[in-house]
Design a protein around this ligand. Structure first.
Ligand code: ZN
Length: 81
């Protein structure tokens, strides 16, 4: 169920929250809220960091690969730690 915001000059912004479940474990999931127009930009080929500048790296990774931060840590351990 999208949330509709009315924001001055830009007209109507539609916000949508989706729950993404991790593909690699059964406990990782994240609720991600984004603007539907940004989703359209991403579908049109924009880089995810340009389309969703307000999402953090973990949220963007969930979007791209359905991989939660815990699993990401297992697959790609930080060599500095
Ligand atoms: Zn996971």
């Amino acid at each position: 169920m999208p949330i509709i915001l009315y924001n001055g000059g830009k007209g109507i912004t539609m916000l949508k929250t989706i729950k993404i479940n991790c593909s690699y474990c059964d406990h990782g999931s994240m609720d991600i809220t984004f603007q539907t127009e940004d989703f359209a930009k991403w579908q049109d080929g924009a880089y995810i960091q340009d389309a969703f500048p307000y999402l953090n790296a973990d949220e963007r990774e969930m979007f791209l690969s359905q991989c939660c931060p815990d699993c990401w840590e297992i697959f790609f351990p930080d060599p500095d730690i």
